[in-house]
Write a protein that binds this ligand. Sequence first.
Ligand code: PRP
Ligand code: MN
Ligand code: MG
Length: 182
Amino acid sequence: MENDIKEVLLTPEQITAIAKDIGTQISKDYKGKNLVLLCLLKGSICFMAELMKYITIPCVIDFMAVSSYGSGTESSGRVNIVKDMSTPAENMDILIVEDIIDSGNTLSFMLQYFKAKNCASVEIATLLNKPSRRKKEVPVKYSGQEIDDLFVVGFGLDYAEYYRNLPYIGVLKESVYSDTEE
Ligand code: PRP
Ligand code: MN
Ligand code: MG
């Protein structure tokens, strides 16, 4: 598994530093609000777990599973809800926690989805951001690290469902996926 990684982009320590920064800011911005940390499964599982440790105000957590990538490295553009929230979103300040924003398809779908729910607010926190790949603009309130157009895995991010358990963000070697791409 480690052999498939070309380069480490963010070490566990760097990820923790980002989570601390964003967590501290969220704790200030959401004081007195009805904060819901909404983890978008599966990719955000690690960032969610790290970020929430540094949020020092009352909040609830919830999970949604949405998926747009098949087994390839390109978004299909179609977003499916695999699992919905288990707590009501009405009147809540929803903060969507994402691992990465690429085309923006997933989050523009999510923002659309919440439009009909009468939330007090809906914002986005992401660990990684690839603005060069954006197809749909989404407003990002908290962004950890901007990255170039590289296929990254680890710390929750997958290629064909694998590599999520790496404790860092790494660039996948092209040879791992080049024979399966058209
Ligand atoms: C990945 C990633 C983001 C999304 C970003 O999820 O975790 O949620 O793609 O890409 P986009 O901006 O082009 O929509 P994926 O659909 O692979 O599901 P997963 O989280 O279960 O891996
Ligand atoms: Mn995802
Ligand atoms: Mg994925």
